[in-house]
Design a protein around this ligand. Structure first.
Ligand code: GDP
Ligand code: MG
Length: 441
């Protein structure tokens, strides 16, 4: 995909005269690539006409950065398409919220329910899981296994066949137990059928969820729009989670799901495991969709803001792909100073969305300072180690004592470290283009 887009842009920038026809041909080529990435036909067509409206041919003819202008226009259009204009309902810690998950069978609901619960539990919430899938044999066992592994309370039944009854019982029980995030997993069917939607409508009416999350498999292709719309028509879908983004799918269906449900994507699933779950971040997602790779913007930023003499060292560390606590320590200090390297790091997907969410800069800063303070109580060997097993219980206790923080905070910091190390490891072996060699796409 990326190949055909850059080829299209390349051909265009080689053309001596940029006229309507050349631009059209280029856009057609890009459209074909987006269709292959499962972006809906109608949306591709809309994007095409928007670009034609936005991009000024005179600018293109005059400037040298033809590819860049068009690339930027396409990028912005796709970002806009992923923004429904209003945020989804956000549950508040300590206040009861009921979250209902819907989606076809196999889309990843049960797995995603647990990931969502686990994600919040790590942040100090009290989640609980209710299995209202009485359709598929083994559904309760699956949820029970997941919940047990994550030490999350659960509710369900092997004998009761009425999903509404179980849902209501489960939600009531966990309300009494003061859980703040009550998650209702529902059934799916292989096909979209009336019985499923009627069941969803009834469960929703009985449990009055604060948020209904539509779970969608990223590999369903062009079916995404109709599927999302069908669910939206029976229940008040308010957010989308796209699963299996670790596979081959580029995830163009996410644009359809946003359009059909008028709701934002909030998380993506990137594997079968409980922690393979990421806060959705529009820009890296669109980069991936366009085949630009998650790191191209990041690389641009390095060349733009890091002093030339500091670039080689930083790039060397990046391409080694091993992330020590010392490196985390240094980068946190950079971020606090918000010097050039700090700016670069704040652009990394995992750093920006997760560690420093917009509007929470103060809290983020305080958290980073806390981490730095705890790392001050670590030994050199600990800071330089790449072996996660080194951090045993007695070391964690010592760091907690040394920094005067609760053990939970130290554990938290290690979780953060593991998360960032995973992001970092994706950069291993990264070919680093020299300034001026950056291709447009
Ligand atoms: P449900 O029928 O909607 O409840 O779907 P499940 O949660 O049972 O998931 C169906 C299959 O998809 C299971 O084998 C999951 O392990 C797998 N799965 C779910 N999410 C992901 C993901 O993000 N990545 C990958 N690779 N597999 C996933
Ligand atoms: Mg299930």
């Amino acid at each position: 995909l990326g190949g055909s887009i850059s080829r299209a842009l390349q051909q265009m920038s080689n053309a001596t005269i940029i006229d309507e026809k050349v631009l059209s041909e280029c856009l057609n080529e890009i459209s074909r690539a987006l269709l292959q990435a499962d972006v809906q036909f109608k949306m591709v067509r809309d994007m095409q006409s928007n670009i034609k409206r936005i991009v000024n041919l005179d600018d293109l003819a005059a400037g040298h950065n033809k590819r860049r202008i068009i690339q930027q226009a396409i990028f912005n259009e796709l970002c806009k398409m992923l923004d429904p204009g209003k945020p989804s309902f956000t549950p508040k810690k300590g206040k009861t919220s009921v979250i209902m998950f819907v989606g076809l069978q196999g889309s990843g609901k049960t797995t995603t329910c647990t990931k969502y619960a686990y994600y919040h539990q790590k942040k100090g919430w009290k989640p609980a899981l209710v299995c209202a899938d009485t359709f598929r044999a083994g559904a309760f066992d699956q949820l029970k296994q997941n919940a047990t592994k994550a030490k999350i309370p659960f509710y369900g039944s092997y004998t009761e066949s009425d999903p509404v009854k179980i849902a209501v019982e489960g939600v009531d029980r966990f309300k009494q137990e003061n859980c703040d995030l009550i998650i209702v997993d529902t059934s799916g069917r292989h096909k979209q059928e009336a019985a499923l939607f009627e069941e969803m409508r009834q469960v929703s009416e009985a449990t009055k969820p604060d948020l209904v999350i539509f779970v969608m498999d990223s590999s369903i292709g062009q079916a995404a729009f109709d599927q999302a719309q069908a669910f939206k028509q029976s229940v008040a879908v308010g957010a989308v989670i796209v699963t299996k983004m670790d596979g081959h799918a580029k995830g163009g269906g996410a644009l359809s799901a946003v359009a059909a449900t008028k709701s934002p994507v909030i998380f993506i699933g990137t594997g079968e495991h409980m922690d393979e779950f990421e806060v959705f971040d529009v820009k890296p997602f669109v980069s991936r969709l366009l085949g630009m790779g998650d790191w191209s913007g990041f690389m641009d930023k390095i060349h733009e803001v890091v002093p030339t003499d500091q670039q080689p060292e930083l790039l060397q560390k990046l391409s080694e792909g091993s992330f020590t606590l010392r490196l985390m320590y240094e980068q946190f200090q950079n971020i606090l100073k918000m010097g050039p390297i700090g700016q670069v790091f704040s652009m990394l997907p995992g750093f920006s969305a997760e560690l420093m969410p917009k509007g929470h800069e103060k809290e983020s800063q305080a958290k980073i300072k806390r981490y730095i303070h705890m790392m001050d109580s670590m030994t050199n060997a600990e800071l330089d180690s790449t072996n996660p097993k080194l951090m045993n219980e007695s070391r964690i206790m010592r760091i907690a004592r040394g920094s005067g923080r609760p053990v939970r905070d130290v554990m938290d910091m290690f979780e953060e470290y593991k998360r960032l190390a995973k992001i970092w490891s994706k950069m291993k072996g990264l070919k680093i283009p020299k300034k001026g060699e950056m291709s447009a796409l």
